[in-house]
Structure formats: C-alpha cells, structure tokens
Design a protein around this ligand. Structure first.
Ligand code: ATP
Ligand code: MG
Length: 254
C-alpha cells in the first residue's frame, strides 16, 4: 500500500495499517480535525477487547445484518473515519443488499462532502458497483437536532426504517431512535451514549464488522434472527468480557 512501510509480521501491523489509512484520508481532506482523537479512543477500547470480534459482537452483527436484509427500506450512513477504514467493504455490502449509502458527517463542510462523495464514486467504478450514493443534496431534517448535523436525505436516512450508522454521535443516534427507526451502531466503546441509545450495538471495530458482514453475505450464512434480542444484554456482555479477561490476565481478585 503506497508508502506504508510496516511489515505484516509486526505485532501491531493491523493497528499501524489503520492509522496509516486515516493519515492518508486526512491528507485527502476526508476527515474532521477530531477524527484521529475519536480513533484513538476507539483503539483504547479495542485493546481492552483484545483487538478481536468477541462472541456477543458477532451475534449483534448477524442480527443487524438480518434486520438490514429484511427491512423494507434501509441505508448505510458513512462518515469520514468509516469511509477511510471500511469504505470498500461497506459499499460492497450496500451493493449486495441493494441499499443506498448516505454520506452524513458531523462537521459538514462542502469540501469534505465533495471529497467523500468522489471517493465513494471511485469505489463504485473500481469494483464495478452501482450503489446509489446520497448526501450531496440533503432535503430533510432529523427532528430534534439543531444546525447542519440535522441534515439528511429524504430518500435515505429520513425514510429508512433500518439504518446502519457506524461511529455515530450519541445525540444524533438518540434523535434517530426517537424517529422510530432501528438504529444499528458500531462503537468500540460500550459506555458511549451512542452505544446505550442504539437499537443494536455492535461493540467491535468497524473494519472487522464490515468484513464479518461481507463474509456472512458471501457464505450465505444462517443469521441470528434476534428472537428475544435485548440490546442491554449485548452491552453488558461486552463489559463483562473486558472485566473477565482483565481479571484473568492480571489475576485480579474482584
Ligand atoms: P457519544 O457521542 O456516543 O456519547 P463520544 O462523544 O464519546 O460518544 P464520538 O466522538 O461520538 O464519541 O465517537 C467516537 C467513538 O467512536 C469512540 O469513542 C470510539 O469508541 C468509536 N470508534 C472510533 N474508531 C472506531 C472504529 N474504528 N471502530 C469502531 N468504533 C470506533
Ligand atoms: Mg458516539
């Protein structure tokens, strides 16, 4: 990958690669100033999770995919970090389940929107996809939010019953849930407002989630149908996983 010099045998290879992808995205103007801080917080939680998909996250991923596939209308919302780290996989997922993607960024500037939209168009071209890319002309507002972050597209977020919004802001997540939608959030931090507000919380790293979803689709796997699904339990399990693995590793007597 261009000037990326780390050796795949390096123990921190995956982490270094993701940092590099974000650095490149920042150079292209895809990210807001706070994007790397948000990533750093995610990395810290990923350390606690052992940088792997834990079983409760995999079940939530399956159930989320099931909801997306069976929705009358769904959409995948993309911001800068998500596009940089998992843009290709999420575009392939959108193509496979036949839904649009919508660029929806917290700090909306015309320049960043343009770079992100063009980047996604280039993924369509490169991989021979025909995914509808929304976000250039927002024509609706999410009720209960002030300013530019309320903007969205009628054809996408506004009218979809199920939405995948990785790395979402807690406030916007809450507003989307209040609209009656099934809101699927991907957030490494199980304590965040987004995690606690969402309908389905996948406590996992976005590029792993996107790869997991893609392989579930490609293998045509049987998906968890979410019978008796309780999101609070999913969150509890991720916190329990962290506390249990730390207490075992460091022989903590709690
Ligand atoms: P909230 O708004 O939900 O209360 P917050 O303000 O703490 O949360 P945000 O800035 O909204 O956080 O989003 C950043 C969060 O995204 C981080 O706390 C981190 O957990 C999560 N995150 C960052 N990078 C990734 C990633 N690659 N995969 C999954 N989650 C990530
Ligand atoms: Mg958040």
């Amino acid at each position: 990958m261009d000037d990326f010099a780390a050796d795949p045998s390096h123990p921190r290879y995956q982490s270094l690669l993701k940092r590099h992808q974000l650095e490149k995205a920042a150079e292209k103007g895809m990210l807001a100033g706070s994007a790397l801080i948000a990533h750093g917080r995610g990395e810290a939680y990923d350390y606690l999770l052992g940088e792997q998909t834990i079983p409760s996250a995999m079940l939530a991923t399956e159930f989320a995919l099931n909801q997306l596939i069976n929705a009358k209308k769904c959409v995948i919302s993309l911001n800068g970090n998500t596009t940089a780290l998992a843009g290709i996989e999420l575009m392939k997922i959108a193509s496979a389940i036949d839904c649009p993607v919508e660029v929806n960024i917290f700090y909306r500037t015309p320049e960043r929107m343009k770079v992100l939209l063009e980047h996604l168009e280039s993924i369509n071209e490169k991989f021979g996809l025909n995914v509808k890319i929304l976000g250039a002309n927002p024509d609706s507002l999410i009720p209960g939010l002030e300013g530019p972050r309320a903007k969205c597209c009628k054809d996408g977020i506004f009218s979809s019953e199920v939405i995948l919004v990785p790395l979402e802001d807690g406030d916007r997540c809450e507003a989307l849930v209040a609209m009656g939608k099934t809101v699927i959030v991907v957030d490494l931090n199980p304590l965040s407002r987004s995690s606690r507000m969402a309908s389905i919380t996948i406590v996992d790293e976005i590029s792993r989630v996107a790869r997991n979803m893609l392989s579930l689709i490609e293998n045509d796997d049987q998906l968890n149908d979410g019978e008796n699904y309780e999101n609070a339990k999913t969150i509890q399990k991720s916190i329990l996983y962290i506390t249990k693995s730390l207490s075992e590793k460091y022989d903590l007597q709690i």
